[in-house]
Design a protein around this ligand. Structure first.
Ligand SMILES: [Zn+2]
Length: 273
């Protein structure tokens, strides 16, 4: 075994150990929190920052608002698709893991949004990574990369105890993200980018997958197994078929138009005022 392979194997086992130790109590937490209609963070932001630090053999930056999350200039963004749902009976917002509605105590039917007519979809799966466009542009020379983590339930059922967890990196040389941040900063609206995992902007930004695994919540512990482990990877994710042909410049232009048009008086592209 070469030294690089050995180092990679040690790192892999550190990540597994870190995730398992930090989540070992989940089975009990899910049970207890759900009684009180309190959501459970399967992998919280704090842990995602430690994962980012471990992957790069650096430290977190302690408390306080300034600077990036990891000491090498890595900024960690964590998103979860373990999301709340709405009771189809009483309309209250309840947690992902609720089998019976904790509010009306009657309903076992749920929906992803209040306006939804049926109960086919129970999970919005629209969690975001919030990226600050102002910091991105102003402090870009101190930013190394974004370290993005996404946790997804393997099925949208309250009994689900198996979760897919992925870690990607997007570098500061990402043409699309830089263009997006610049457009956002120049707009009159907020400087906040609501960056959606697994959508067009994500793939256009050239995310590089470093690992993909499954966290299984067992009775008295958790178990994390890797489907992919490639910390040395530098090749961006392939763009899925549905987003192929999407052009970075065009997509940012259409966002700008969307903003300028505002909420009222929508006009078709090219139409005069
Ligand atoms: Zn209810």
């Amino acid at each position: 075994m070469s030294l690089i392979m050995l180092q990679s194997a040690i790192l892999q086992s550190s990540i597994k150990d870190l995730i398992e130790k930090s989540t070992s109590n989940l089975s009990k937490l899910i049970e207890l929190y759900t009684l009180y209609n309190q959501p459970v963070k399967i992998i919280d932001d704090t842990l995602s920052e430690i994962i980012g630090a471990t992957m790069n053999d650096v430290l977190c930056c302690g408390t306080g608002g300034s600077g990036w999350d990891n000491s090498d200039g890595g900024e960690c963004k964590n998103s979860s698709h373990v999301q709340s749902k709405f009771c189809a009976g009483c309309g209250e917002k309840v947690t992902f893991f609720a089998v019976n509605c904790p509010c009306c105590k009657v309903s076992t039917e749920f929906k992803a949004s209040l306006s939804q007519k049926n109960t086919t979809k129970t999970n919005p799966r629209d969690g975001r990574w919030g990226i600050n466009a102002k910091s991105h542009i102003e402090y870009k020379d101190q930013l190394k990369e974004y370290r993005l983590t996404l946790l997804e339930p393997t099925e949208d059922k309250p009994t689900c105890r198996s979760f897919r967890f992925r870690y990607w990196v997007i570098g500061t040389d990402s043409e699309h993200l830089n263009r997006y941040a610049t457009a956002q900063l120049e707009s009159q609206k907020s400087n906040h980018i609501n960056f959606q995992p697994l959508k067009a902007d994500f793939y256009l930004s050239k995310p590089v997958l470093k690992f993909d695994g499954t966290l299984n919540v067992l009775e008295d512990r958790t178990e994390f197994t890797f489907q992919e482990w490639k910390p040395e990877n530098t090749i961006p994710e392939p763009i899925p078929e549905e987003y192929q042909g999407k052009d970075s410049l065009e997509s940012i232009q259409s966002k700008k138009l969307e903003k300028n048009r505002g909420k009222t008086g929508r006009k078709k592209l090219g139409q005069s005022k």
